[in-house]
Design a protein around this ligand. Structure first.
Ligand code: SF4
Length: 940
């Protein structure tokens, strides 16, 4: 044995240098230590000092090495040679590529900038890409949020100034009951796993509400296998029971929400349903002590939740009374909702009782004095240890906005937002609607746009409509069809551009968005639209520029490819202006930097945009003499100032000691790298909770530049902007909706949360299509990003359709069987697998595992292409016809969120085909195929 000991090196040196940067294998942005050996990545581990993951690394994060080695990486700029879709390209130089792009974009900018549609996928540089698009002058810019979780984000902002995930988190150290709705396992990955670990180690309880018991629901103490699309009804029943039992936090509602604000009740008046305000526009409340009307923020005011006042013959009653009337109605009783939700009344009652017990009987106090915005000093902070989390599962329905609103209202009624033990915002949130811009859409030749594209409308006056009332944007965002579409509607861009509705475009410019495959509804139709030609033989969408690091399905459909570098090869900025990495107790931002140099002729996309910006002479990218302002993205990250003293990075400003506001520091990136590629500034103890109403927090936020003056505000149980749209639909005001949309606006833009069935649900014959069909993203993949990763493919190489016991038995399925799955739109034939932990009436599969043959440098007989499949083939961006001569969008009528999860299907046993159906012909890979074996020796 002694001889063996001498031969074995049990602890080989894996690296000769460690470079600290930020992971990008999903959007959680954990800190990573990249171990380098002989100039190559040898190994990736979690950074223990990092605020997001504290050393924890998931399967995706540790597989980053295979992302930079992936055979599917694009190698050089490509110009299309064959017809669109053929995958035939020639490699060109960057100069040729950028000159070609400039020659296409320059004439558009000079004549009609709206003819450029620039949309980005899951990139993390939206404050930069939107800045570019704004200076180009096109109104047609957005990222992918419209088909992801805009309902969650928008409902959160309009209700309480922020939502879940990047906006906030549970108080993991103190919460005792955690209720989670419809969360995909790839989102909020390490942070939520670490939080769940903390919660469980303290004996806390997790209730998972999801038709599918996988991932976080699999470790929940209680699983509620709800029927898809009925979460809003279930939440409304919980509100009904809590109101009935008086288990709501009246003090919290009176102090911090618009529950005591007064609504005009004059039927038919243009003021009906609007808040009573003073001459300065401030909402008024009735003071319980004096019995007089006072502004909501006046010192000493004690708002009366039960007030009813009459002024000049007009009655005003509080929001609280209207809310109570809505939710105490029998239509929200557990008995009334039980069948639709698939949850027994007794179970709904037990969950409501558990929420009430933990919120009120396990309430506690922290010895932490603080001062509220009315100047009142509080010696303690009251904690209510109940918290919630939700994501796309409740969001991606056409009733998702109102469902998300209902969930936010539920947690507010329990008084458990921004209190110890509850849900806490992460700086720079919370921010009220008023702190956000309104959308801007006025473009002029050779000019920047008149302001930021995306924003939060306050009334019909803010809609993105032209003078003649037609949509100003190609995706028809901010129109009467979906007025609050704060993230745009990326899923409508290609079909609208193809239809020339509302107008034709010239160039479609996409970044990291696999629109020819898993990111589109009606995938085959989208491929046809991308290749369709007009009567002159020209492509209907004349030019397509695409940037990606990998040879995804979308690549074959572009005319010009600008190959991106991988996340270990480029600079990135995870900015407070954008989607930062903050924690509830700290503001934080981060960078990525090239820990390795690319071995191919590729460039970071953001640097390419800077180059294009200066070639086009865009304001913000060139100085007065036309010289480039920035060399590349790293230069921009350091030297760009959005407002004086405020730049993309908040840390190490000025002489290196300034935070938030400060002069440009040429050594800023060096400082970040020395600090592990992140920067943290802790929230003072006095400011840690009650952020919207806490003077100490407001002052701290102003100091860091989140806003320029304190702006305390009330949570909006009642959303007045929605009421303004209803008033228009009732005929009030100058800007009027088309008649066919009036009823939809009145029903769906209710200022109090409301439940209505999903739009497809109401149109489709339930007997012909009796089953709900869903997708989830797996924990070990992030969208389609893992498909080219040799390690992650071993975890999810193909995806069966999971079938619940009831449907499995009814159809006599056995292991190895296949099923035909049919929707109103299409049909697929796919392998099935039995799953017991599943709603009786629901089937599901993993999203984006199925691949088109030839894409991603995979073999044509790879399991992803032969047994994998997409549910997207069954979903259309338009609803089935109602018989009214119109085709309505398959989107939430409030925000335009793509309603992926409204899908209904029927399922039957099928003869096993050789491969999952439909099969598309193989794409020609511009990067060839991967080798069978990849070897890298990292230790001697
Ligand atoms: S959770 Fe996401 S960011 Fe964190 S290590 Fe995993 S893949 Fe990377």
């Amino acid at each position: 044995m002694a001889g063996v000991d001498r031969m074995l090196d049990t602890s080989p040196k894996v690296s000769d240098e460690v470079r600290k940067t930020t992971c990008y294998m999903c959007a959680c942005r954990c800190g990573i230590n990249v171990h380098m050996k002989d100039g190559k990545v040898a190994y990736i581990e979690g950074n223990r000092d990092h605020p997001v993951n504290k050393g924890v690394l998931c399967a995706k994060g540790s597989s980053g090495i295979m992302q930079v080695n992936a055979p599917s990486r694009l190698r050089a700029p490509l110009k299309r040679k064959g017809p669109r879709g053929s995958g035939e390209f020639e490699e060109i130089s960057w100069d040729e590529a950028l000159e070609l792009a400039t020659s296409w974009l320059e004439p558009i900018r000079k004549s009609a900038p709206e003819k450029l549609a620039f949309f980005t996928g899951r990139d993390q540089s939206q404050s930069f890409t939107s800045f570019w698009a704004q200076n180009f002058g096109t109104p047609n810019y957005a990222a992918h949020g419209g088909f992801c979780s805009v309902n969650m984000a928008t409902a959160g902002i309009y209700t309480m100034g922020g939502a879940f995930w990047e906006f906030g988190q549970p108080d993991w150290d103190r919460t005792k009951l955690f209720m989670i709705f419809g969360v995909a396992e790839d989102h909020d990955s390490n942070p939520i796993k670490m939080g769940l670990g903390k919660l469980k180690s303290r004996g806390g309880k997790v209730i998972g509400v999801n038709p599918i018991r996988s991932g976080y629901n699999a470790i929940a103490d209680e699983w509620v296998g709800i029927t898809p699309g009925t979460d809003g009804l279930f939440i409304s029943a919980l509100i009904h029971l809590l109101l009935k039992a008086g288990k709501i936090d009246l003090q919290y509602l009176a102090r911090f929400t618009n529950a005591p604000c007064l609504l005009n009740e004059t039927k038919g008046s243009p003021e009906e349903g609007l808040l009573l305000r003073n001459d300065d526009g401030k909402p008024l409340v009735k003071d319980r002590h004096s019995g007089t009307l006072k502004t909501f923020d006046e010192a000493g005011v004690k708002p009366d939740l039960a007030a009813s006042v009459e002024i000049d013959g007009v009655t005003h009653r509080t929001v609280f009374q209207h809310l109570a009337e809505r939710f105490l109605s029998d239509e929200y009783s557990p008995e009334a909702v039980s069948e639709k939700c698939g949850i027994k009344p007794g179970r709904i009652k037990a969950i409501a009782a558990e929420l009430a017990r933990v919120a009120f009987e396990e309430a506690f106090e922290l010895d932490q004095p603080w001062t509220d915005f009315r100047g009142e000093r509080h010696e303690k902070m009251t904690g209510r240890p109940v918290s919630f989390h939700a994501m796309r599962g409740i969001s991606a329905h056409s009733n998702g906005f109102q469902t998300c609103r209902a969930l936010h209202v539920l947690q507010i009624l329990l008084g458990t937002v921004e209190v110890p033990g509850g849900f806490r915002f992460k700086p720079p949130y919370p921010k009220p609607v008023e702190a956000h811009p309104t959308p801007h859409c006025h473009s002029k030749p050779d000019c920047p746009l008149d302001g930021p594209h995306l924003g939060f409308v306050r009334s019909p006056a803010d809609l993105a409509l032209k003078e003649d009332g037609t949509p100003a944007r190609i995706d028809k965002a901010f129109t009467w069809e979906n007025p609050l579409s704060a993230h745009g509607l990326m899923h409508m861009v290609i079909s609208n551009a193809h239809a020339g509705d509302p107008y034709k475009i010239d160039t479609l410019f996409l970044y990291m968005a696999n629109m020819a495959w898993n990111s589109s509804m009606n995938t085959r139709g989208v491929m046809d639209m991308l290749t369709d030609k007009d009567e002159n033989g020209d492509y209907v969408i004349p030019r397509i520029i695409y940037s990606d690091a990998y040879s995804s399905e979308m690549v074959a459909y572009a005319d010009l490819i600008l190959p991106d570098a991988t996340y270990l090869e480029r600079h990135d900025c995870i900015s407070l202006l954008d989607r930062p990495i903050c924690e509830a107790e700290a503001a934080a931002d981060a960078i990525r930097w090239p820990v390795i140099e690319p071995d191919r002729d590729v460039r970071g996309f953001q640097s390419v945009l800077i180059d294009l910006g200066s070639r086009l002479g865009l304001p913000g990218f060139v100085d007065d003499s036309g010289e480039p302002l920035y060399e590349d993205y790293a230069d921009y990250m350091v030297n760009h100032q959005r407002r004086p003293g405020i730049g993309p990075l908040a840390g190490f400003r000025g002489d290196g000691t300034k935070t938030g506001r400060g002069d440009v520091n040429p050594d800023q990136l060096k400082k970040y790298i020395e600090n592990g590629s992140f920067f943290v500034e802790h929230v003072p103890d006095e400011a840690a909770f009650y952020k919207p109403w806490n003077n100490a927090y407001q002052d701290w936020a102003v100091g860091l530049g989140f806003y320029d003056k304190p702006q305390p505000y009330l949570f909006q149980l009642y959303s007045e902007p929605l009421r303004r749209f209803q008033l228009a639909a009732e005929g009030h005001g100058e800007r009027q909706p088309p008649d066919h949309l009036r009823q939809q606006i009145i029903e769906c833009l209710d200022p109090l949360p409301v439940w209505y069935p999903g739009l497809e649900e109401s149109l489709v014959d339930h007997e012909a299509y009796p089953v709900h069909a869903l997708t989830q993203r797996p924990m070990a993949m992030y969208h389609s990003w893992g498909s080219q990763n040799a390690w992650l493919r071993q975890i999810h190489g193909h995806n069966p359709l999971y079938v619940p016991t009831k449907i499995w038995t009814e159809n006599g399925f056995e292991d190895g069987d296949w099923a035909r799955v049919t929707s109103v739109h299409g049909e697929i034939i796919v392998p099935v697998a039995h799953m017991a932990g599943l709603n009786d009436n629901t089937v599901w599969t993993w999203n984006a595992i199925g691949k088109r043959k030839g894409a991603w440098a995979l073999d044509e007989d790879a399991p992803e292409a032969t047994k994998g499949f997409l549910l997207n083939h069954l979903i259309h961006e338009l609803l089935p016809s109602k018989g009214d001569g119109l085709r309505w969008a398959n989107s939430d009528p409030v925000t335009g969120q793509a309603a992926w999860f409204d899908l209904r299907v029927r399922i039957e046993k099928a003869e096993p085909p050789e491969e999952s159906q439909p099969v598309f012909n193989a794409q020609v890979s511009p990067v060839g195929k991967g080798p069978n074996v990849v070897r890298q020796k990292v230790s001697k």
